[in-house]
Ligand binder design. Sequence first.
Ligand SMILES: *Cc1c(COP(=O)(O)O)cnc(C)c1O
Length: 415
Amino acid sequence: MTSLAHNQPMTPNFEALRAEFPSLQQEVNGKPLVYLDNGASTQKPQAVIDAIAHYYTHDNSNVHRGVHTLSQRATDQFENARKKVQGFLNAREDAEIIFTSGTTESINLVAHSFVHAFCEAGDEVVITAMEHHSNIVPWQLLEQQIGIKLVVAPINKKGEVVFDDFKASLSERTKLVAVTQLSNALGTITPLKEMTEAAHAIGAKVLVDGAQAVAHLSVDVQALDVDFYAFSGHKIFAPTGVGVLYGKRELLDAMPPYKAGGDMIKVVSFSGTTFNDLPHKFEAGTPNIAGVIGLAAGIDYVQAIGLNNIAAYEHDLLNYATNQLEKIDGLNMIGTAAKKSSILSFQIEGVHASDLGTLLDHQGVAIRVGHHCAMPVMEFFGVDATARASLAFYNNQADIDTLVAALNKALNILR
Ligand SMILES: *Cc1c(COP(=O)(O)O)cnc(C)c1O
């Protein structure tokens, strides 16, 4: 890392890091931008933008195909990115890292290749009541297509998994537990290790939706012992259109390909086709090469800061924000789990979340309003929508103060 901000990894200078994000240095509606929609997508540091521009400026070519220099450079960077992700998740080997277009595709890959191939009518997939739609709807399609049963482990009023209820949701028919590590709607951190132990004890596999977690918590797939782990580049300061599926080799080896085309085969003939080895078996077609290179730069960036440093900083900022927001008259925090990260989802009595979102935008404050792709969560809490402020390490107390002032101003207009 060349940037000054990274010189003291033990105590990162978060203000200096913020200066490395060009898109944060702008005014919106005549006010300095306060970006609090990181749960939907994060901004990109100059280092990531530069990595993508460098690839297109110097090395643009297809991967795994050419003997020529540009293709070899592109392939080297692509495969080095795989090693980077392997290290980031602490996977055993780089072949266990499959590049996809994002969390949604990673979950659909498991739904098709694992469940479609190895589960039959009556087998069960267990999720929790706080999942994102992308970890609900693929299983509902399988209910229709092959007759699996989707079982939903309940949550309590704080938005936590109740471990005994979760255990009671498991049965001898459970083949897969698919669970978020960090809820995008509530901020809840789930007890993954305990849930994984309970799932393995009855012979089920575990898929983790890590879309929201990877930018906030340090992840070790071997320590957690999860079987699959999915995440998206764009929520960890990297581009859209790229994501990862980690899977244990013995499972990926046993699973059939899910997309078919170039690069995923060894030999093709009309009498039969042999599939390629991992990871290429699951990567048909030309991948998002620039996206993968950008993802590696994003991972370099957060690793230079240190995820434990990020988690500690964001923990304090979340506490500060929670205290400040709770001073607002009529504000109900949705999601008050004991273990939480980065998400402040709330509803204000008598006020529509969408009106709040619009009035905040007029003041340069970007938050998300709506159901956050988690309509069952909204139903459980008896609201149709919440306002959600979601943090990244480049946010600070001044951002929270601006948010609170903007909310109070909006409430004066709306009430
Ligand atoms: C954003 C998100 C997803 C979907 O990610 P995509 O990048 O849209 O594929 C899934 N789960 C959670 C918890 C998310 O926050």
